[in-house]
Design a protein around this ligand. Structure first.
Ligand SMILES: [Zn+2]
Length: 141
């Protein structure tokens, strides 16, 4: 699995690939109040501390906190799909697309367990390299 992401370009700055080739979502934790954020930060948005933000890896499991079924998007983006907000186990809140579910509110339960997966987005950069994106899937999928 280590080399399967080789040559791929992370689609967002907070999606990183570690030295062993494994992707992860980068986060930051405030050393003063403990709040966890996605991405790299230098100032805590909760307590405004400027001295203690620490880089960390966010968890790859969580619960569906909220969602929207998207019926219209950019050209080339297949709809409908589920835009999800997930509360990650261990802290942090992350938005992303929830795959492998029917985009039907009757089939989507709040707090359903999900996990993060890393996949080719299907799009390429100007040098022809595939973009690596993160998605959510039901935890059992
Ligand atoms: Zn803080």
């Amino acid at each position: 699995m280590s080399n399967s992401y080789e040559g791929m370009v992370p689609s967002v700055p907070y999606l990183k690939i570690d030295s062993t080739g494994e992707p992860y979502i980068a986060g930051s934790q405030c050393g003063k109040c403990g709040q966890i954020f996605f991405g790299e930060r230098t100032i805590c948005a909760r307590c405004a501390d400027r001295t203690s933000m620490q880089a960390m890896r966010l968890g790859e499991t969580g619960k569906l906190y909220a969602y929207t079924v998207i019926h219209r998007s950019f050209p080339g983006v297949k709809t409908p799909f589920v835009a999800a907000t997930v509360e990650l186990d261990g802290g942090g809140v992350l938005k992303g697309t929830l795959l492998e579910v029917e985009p039907d509110p009757a089939k989507l339960a709040f707090d359903m367990p999900v996990r993060t997966v890393f996949r080719d987005s299907g799009q390429k950069d100007q040098d022809g390299r595939p973009y690596l994106n993160y998605y959510f899937v039901p935890a059992g999928a």
